[in-house]
Design a protein around this ligand. Structure first.
Ligand code: ADP
Ligand code: TRP
Length: 332
């Protein structure tokens, strides 16, 4: 069975963009592939979270993943720092990652610009750590967005370089992957681009938010003054609301509002009310589950434990083989 590996950094609550852009394809994949999904808490140390925040964020993301339907019986769902082999392989791969190529990575250059006061060595070697996450489980596929393509290219390069150095074909080349064949972009509510936790509260619908808050955000979403004559093109804000509808509403509902827009009879208030209702219908059961699971320490502990066991079994096997390839042999 093909192996799939993907990680998300625990930097906040999950939102609709995370759900439709990433988690939904994880859900589709978990029954079909041998999946390793993890919370990249070691990666998140580059931003120096407090111990309390680090722990709380990991717990939140784990509970949210479980609530959304990732099933510990179907996939290995684990926390990166629970896998000691990661640190070890990171040390080995750092020996054949060149400083020059790491400095040229787009994400590193972006960090130098955005946080000049915290350009730590962990940021420089971030792509090595990501390569380790992927190579340690011999992934065939890595479901990630476009922004991670360069990291994946570097992963292939580090794997191949190891193979060449030790004259082996040990690591295979992982490929980027989208379960639907196309990448989903979930727009924000303020017509300024994609929904993201960093794009502002008014822009973003978090899964674990109350009805009232969500309703208010949608009612305030950016639109325009309405089509003046039939057949007018939708403005960006209005198109965004239709794009969100495409994710949560029925075809009849979408067709109804599409027709009303093309006939210039649409009332955006009605469109927003309907969208708000459909988003809430989608979110409510997940939100209920998040709250149930968050209150259930034993379930969270059990899920993390099963995930760690599965991931450790795979990672330890790799490390045993890697040590031998490198030439570490016991004298005792
Ligand atoms: P954020 O943009 O909120 O910081 P992350 O960068 O942590 O989110 O993304 C986690 C995952 O969710 C990634 O796989 C990313 O591609 C996906 N994702 C985030 N926002 C969106 C969006 N608006 N549309 C589609 N996918 C998204
Ligand atoms: N770098 C990824 C991000 O910022 C998160 C990540 C870490 C990851 N390790 C990974 C994704 C391994 C896929 C596979 O979104």
């Amino acid at each position: 069975m093909k192996r799939v590996v993907s990680g998300i950094r625990p930097t906040g609550k999950l939102h609709l963009g995370n759900y439709f852009g990433a988690v939904q394809s994880f859900l589709n994949m978990q029954s079909e592939y041998d999946c390793y999904f993890f919370i990249a808490d070691i990666h998140s140390l580059t931003t120096h979270p407090t111990p309390e925040d680090l722990h709380a964020n990991v717990r939140t993301v784990l509970a949210e993943y479980l609530a959304m339907g990732l099933d510990p019986a179907k996939c290995a769902l684990f926390i990166q720092s629970d896998i000691p082999a990661i640190y070890e392989l990171y040390t080995y791969l750092n020996m054949n990652a060149y400083v020059g190529e790491l400095q040229r990575s787009t994400s590193f250059k972006e960090k130098i610009r955005s946080q000049p006061d915290n350009v730590n060595a962990g940021l420089l070697t971030y792509p090595v750590l990501m390569a380790v996450d992927i190579l340690v489980h011999h992934a065939d596929y890595v479901p990630v967005g476009k922004d991670q393509q360069q990291h994946l290219e570097m992963t292939r390069q580090f794997g191949n370089r190891f193979n060449n150095l030790y004259k082996t074909e040990y690591f295979k080349e992982p490929e980027a992957f989208s379960s639907t064949g196309k990448l989903v972009k979930v727009p924000g509510l303020t017509a300024q681009g994609k929904m993201s936790k960093s794009s502002g509260d008014a822009d973003t619908i978090f899964i674990d938010e109350d009805d009232k808050v969500i309703h208010k955000k949608i009612m305030r979403a950016v639109t325009d003054s309405g089509p003046e004559k039939p057949g007018e093109k939708k403005s960006e804000g209005v198109q965004n609301l239709f794009d969100l509808m495409a994710l949560v509403s029925s075809e009849d509902v979408i067709a109804h509002f599409d027709k009303a827009h093309s006939e210039a009879t649409i009332r955006y208030g009605d469109l927003k009310k309907q969208l708000s209702e459909d988003i809430l219908t989608f979110i409510r059961p997940i939100r209920e589950r998040i709250r149930e699971i968050s209150a259930d320490n034993a379930y969270i502990a059990q899920a993390a434990k099963i995930g760690a066991e599965k991931a450790n079994a795979s990672a330890e096997k790799t490390l045993k083989e890697v040590r031998e390839i490198i030439g570490f042999k016991k004298f005792y």
